[in-house]
Write a protein that binds this ligand. Sequence first.
Ligand code: OSB
Ligand code: MG
Length: 367
Amino acid sequence: MRIQSAELRHLRMGLKSPFETSFGVEVDRECLILRLEGDGHLGWGECVADRAPGYCYETTGTAWHVLTEFMLPQMLGRSLVSPAELRQVLRSIRGHPLARAAIEMALWDVHGHAQGASLARLFGGRGGRVEVGVSVGIQPNVDRLLRVVGDYVAEGYTRVKLKIKPGRDMVEAGAVRQAFPDLRLQVDANSAYTLEQARVFREMDGLGLLLIEQPLAEDDLLDHARLQAQLQTPICLDESILSARHARQALELGACRIINIKPARVGGYAEAIAVHDLCREQAVPVWCGGMLETGIGRAANLALASLPGFTLPGDISATDRYYDVDIAAPRFSLNEDSTINVPDGPGLGVSIDLDALDRFTLRRAVL
Ligand code: OSB
Ligand code: MG
């Protein structure tokens, strides 16, 4: 496979409702969309970095810079046998996993078209349908939270994740648990707490949560291990796991019992599969996280989530949960059993709506 040209776009898309987390509110979703062309095939990739460095240090701005100035020039014109080789090609560039993952995704799409194979098949997944949940942002008050959760439950979601932050945690989670005693419920703090605030998690231990996601700082495995030792509820790490090595060390330390796999956060699908394989060997459950992806990233995440170790529902909700207008078709919808179908066409298995793409584009570069 040899990629001859690339087109990078910076997009802004309106979200159906603002998404509030412990690190801020997102009203619009910004992202970068990459189109690669090589061997007579097109491939699309999404860089899930947001406008602001709230979830991680990367932004649409840093990803634009590192992709156009360093990564794409280094990759264009080189011959690759498999997208997994991108790691080698970019080995002199440090960090920026979200930018890296966008190139890899587009390479998988090109590769899939060249082979006539779906991403699910290339990744070693089963295809079919995968179980999903919905991630609910912090709401203005508890009544509103109960209504929003109730609406999602009525739509068919059987697993709900609540975003929490200090002062907006136990009361909220307790109210949802009381109103929905059988709901599979979990919380995500996005690193907003310190070990000194552990009391709230010991209280939440009585709520029968599936997991508590990333309570403490992203660079603090040791305190996560100390917190896990105080809890029955499994800790799940998101921000802390940047590679299969981090996963191995976190599990060895007892810093978590479950891992949220976000392909972008670990630099791409090849590394995401490596994290999956390691966890599967150790019988550690994993699930596929989300970054409010467009239909492009969502298609690839569904393919990944069809690997056998993804035994918990992913943050891969229906298109309707995020966007009135998306850039990929068909839209993803929720089946009656809280699943979404894995695309089975070649590559990503979606087609791109070029008119919508143009309408959302803020800037564009051709390499
Ligand atoms: O921490 O899982 C997170 C969205 C943006 C950044 C971080 C996170 C999230 C979500 C949304 O929880 C998951 C989704 O795409 O539905
Ligand atoms: Mg998270």
